[in-house]
Ligand binder design. Structure first.
Ligand SMILES: *Cc1c(COP(=O)(O)O)cnc(C)c1O
Length: 395
């Protein structure tokens, strides 16, 4: 069977074209030109309603949303921000960009924050970013309790978790701010884009101004207007706005989200069940309370040495499935030892051990089930190849 393109992003619904054509004809691409109902403003209203949060601010990326969240918390320079040691390089980068210092905590072999290490590193920290890496949800009850007890604000990096729930609560709504991405390989694909949600009127007012609502453009945001007056001309303008064109690509995908989540979970669980047949593969279970919304699968290779892991990756790749082992691929942006822009980069032995065996395979939510079987077959055959010395010898 010919394998599908595992890297194709989610298609844009054809209904987007009418609005895109209208924007191209009018040239009205800037969010603050129209007196009201600009596509970006409508997106913010729709997204806030979808998530059940009071405010939403659409920006140019999730990284921009994380940066603005930290700035809007008004942290002192060099404030320490606790982040997981397994995340995308954009997260520690946002911390550095905000003139803060990343503090890294260990992540276990189930890709979730090691709560003991989190608790140990929390004292002296000014803010926390919980990065739900690849949509994996850490023990949010424990994290929220620890942050509340320490009176430390928590930001959720839900870039890759749109649609995930924790004990019924939507991921991204449990922190002071929740940040999401519309980059192509997320649940909603606009190429680039991000959005932050919060119930905190003053925080969002600061973020809106800093995102580039210069002069009185903030009046076009449905937020308590007195919050803005306080901050007028007192905050820098970073200009991280979203274009109307991006909003026109995003909005028609929102009604498809629920189905994408169902399909993504079906795809993940189907492949996970098949991979569980191999003694060399372990797919970590979600924590009780977590209902996932995956568009990829992560699994650990067990009982294989580095050579065998490299042979596995090569065999799967030759058969059409690109497997990334986070810690073994060159210069991987999710391997903490490559974040050399962090001063005093620590060692995290547990996280390192996990990264050396954790595999990442994209499973676009639009893949049909027969293709999933083919993907799982390639992975299982590649494991068999890599762990059978006589067969591997000739390859
Ligand atoms: C994609 C991603 C980001 C960055 O999102 P951008 O919109 O590309 O800035 C941050 N964190 C996680 C966990 C991600 O998956």
């Amino acid at each position: 069977m010919t394998l599908p393109d595992m890297h194709s992003a989610e298609p844009i619904p054809p209904t987007a074209r009418v609005e895109i054509d209208r924007l191209l004809q009018s040239g009205d691409l800037f969010r603050y030109t129209a007196p009201s109902d600009a596509p970006v403003a409508l997106l913010e209203a729709e997204f806030a309603e979808l998530m059940g949060s009071r405010f939403a601010l659409a920006v140019s990326s999730c990284s921009a949303a994380l940066f603005l969240s930290l700035k809007a918390l008004d942290l002192p320079r060099d404030a320490r921000v606790l982040i997981p040691g397994f995340t995308f390089a954009a997260v520690p980068s946002a911390v550095i960009h905000a003139d803060c210092r990343p503090v890294l905590c260990e992540v276990g072999e189930n890709y979730r924050i090691d709560i003991d290490d989190f608790a140990a590193k929390l004292p002296g920290v000014h803010a926390v970013i919980v990065s739900h890496m690849r949509g994996h949800t850490s023990d949010m009850d424990a994290i929220i309790a620890l942050c509340e007890a320490a009176d430390v604000p928590m930001i959720e990096d839900a870039a890759h978790s749109l649609g995930t729930t924790w004990n019924g609560a939507k991921i991204g709504t449990m922190g002071r701010v929740g940040c999401f991405s519309f980059q192509s390989y997320k649940m909603i694909n606009a190429g680039e884009g991000g959005i932050m949600i919060t119930n905190d009127a003053d925080l969002v007012a600061r973020a809106i101004i800093m995102s580039g609502a210069y002069e009185h453009n903030w009046k076009k945001h449905p937020v308590l207007q007195n919050a803005f007056a306080t901050h007028q001309n007192r905050l820098p303008l970073y200009n991280l706005r979203l274009s109307n064109l991006s909003a026109a690509v995003i909005r028609p995908q929102i009604p498809h989200l629920a189905q994408r989540v169902i399909d993504g979970r079906r795809n993940h669980d189907h492949v996970a069940d098949l991979l569980a047949n191999s003694p060399f593969i372990s797919v970590p279970d979600p924590l009780p309370g977590e209902v996932r919304a995956p568009d990829s699968i992560q699994f650990n290779l067990v009982g294989m040495n580095d050579d065998e892991v490299h042979r596995f990756v090569a065999a799967a790749g030759a058969a059409g499935v690109k497997v990334q082992v986070f810690g073994l691929s060159d210069d991987n942006a999710r391997a903490f030892w490559n974040w050399q822009f962090i001063p005093d980069l620590p060692e995290l032995p547990r996280t390192r051990a996990m990264l050396m065996r954790a595999c990442d395979v994209r499973l676009p939510v639009h893949l049909p089930v027969d293709m999933l079987d083919a993907v799982a077959d390639v992975i299982l055959d590649a494991v068999a190849d890599a762990t059978t010395p006589t067969r591997a010898f000739g390859t």
